[in-house]
Design a protein around this ligand. Structure first.
Ligand SMILES: CC(C)C[C@H](NS(N)(=O)=O)C(=O)O
Ligand SMILES: [Ca+2]
Ligand SMILES: [Ca+2]
Ligand SMILES: [Zn+2]
Length: 323
């Protein structure tokens, strides 16, 4: 479990218990399902928040994914905070109610539960990043190098099984990544992807990142200058609200097989990565802020998330365009 000073973080059992409580508290706003199993057979739980949650309504759909990287525990708290805010505040907050009534919001609070549990299993943090799938030389695939667009193309991942950025034996070889891929695929209805926008939550460095990560170029196949401008404008607008630094993912470093590149290239989903608090730290200590920061560093993103939901019907509207 988490060591002392970190009791406010949710381990897997505590996370599941909180999700189950939310379903009991808000049956008119929430449904919950598993999208499948992790390598070690933990359920990958997903919450849907909307009015008439049991009905697939013609409303823009938004996806939030958290905890691709095991040690980035603050992101589980971020997804749980979004779930809490858009259910508990529905009756009291007009903006929250408007978003819930006009969107269908999908939230996966832990994409990598095996890694997250491994990281805390001994009571001392192990700085574990990957999933817990064995490979020929070691353990673990980096989920954020295992997505199937430009997989392994460009020196933005490793072919060595012991590396923290090991890309896996093939695209989607990590079961957790394949399950999210499969779910997104089910949201193509009548040939149209219903999910319009996505945020993948990470720590740390306080950044808002957008595609592509596999190339330094601002535009490339499937991403033209107009679209790049939309990504940048929305990214900068959200950064003005949470104080993070907005930039193209490759401005940080080249990554290939990342979720954002696949979400955009395969489905034209406006996909961002948020790197949360802290802005900087000495090495892996940055992944382990005390539980005293959870409330402030999750609610810090409230206005950015609200803006993102508001524009999720037509993100290009942020540059004055129509859809
Ligand atoms: C989304 C990319 C560009 C950054 C991310 N950084 S992290 N969260 O692993 O430290 C990563 O390396 O996957
Ligand atoms: Ca609805
Ligand atoms: Ca729908
Ligand atoms: Zn990460």
């Amino acid at each position: 479990d988490f060591p002392s000073g970190y009791a406010g973080y949710h381990n897997y059992a505590e996370m599941v218990a909180e999700l189950n409580q939310t379903v009991r508290d808000h049956p008119n706003l929430v449904t919950m399902r598993s999208i499948g199993k992790s390598y070690q057979n933990r359920d990958l739980w997903m919450i849907k928040i909307s009015d008439n949650p049991g009905v697939d309504e013609a409303e823009p759909e938004v996806l939030f994914t958290c905890n691709q990287h095991a040690r980035e525990h603050l992101t589980v708290e971020m997804c749980l905070h979004i779930i809490k805010r858009y259910t508990d505040n529905y009756a009291s907050n007009a903006a929250v109610k408007s978003a819930v009534d006009s969107r269908e919001i999908w939230i996966i609070p832990s994409v990598n539960p095996d890694g997250a549990e491994y990281d805390i299993a001994t009571g001392s943090f192990r700085a574990w990043r990957k999933n817990r799938q064995p490979n020929s030389t070691a353990v673990g695939t980096d989920p954020n190098r295992n997505w199937g667009y430009q997989w392994g193309c460009c020196g933005g991942s490793s072919g060595s099984g012991s590396s923290d950025t090991y890309r896996g034996t093939s695209a989607f070889s990590a079961p957790e990544v394949a399950r999210v891929r499969d779910f997104v695929g089910t949201r193509v209805v009548g040939g149209v992807q219903q999910i319009k926008t996505h945020i993948d939550w990470h720590t740390y460095s306080e950044l808002i990142l957008w595609p592509y990560g596999y190339t330094y170029a601002d535009t490339a196949a499937g991403l033209d200058a107009t679209q790049a401008n939309v990504f940048q404008t929305m990214g900068r607008r959200m950064a003005s609200l949470n104080g993070y630094t907005p930039q193209q993912a490759s401005d940080l470093y080249i990554t290939d097989g990342s979720v954002d590149d696949w979400m955009w290239a395969a489905h034209k989903i406006w996909s961002y990565t948020f790197e949360m608090y802290p802005r900087s730290a000495s090495g892996t200590s940055g992944f382990y802020p005390r539980d005293t920061v959870i409330a402030a560093q999750t609610s810090r993103n409230d206005t950015a998330v609200q803006l993102f939901l508001d524009y999720s019907d037509c993100v290009p509207r942020i540059t004055g365009r129509t859809c």
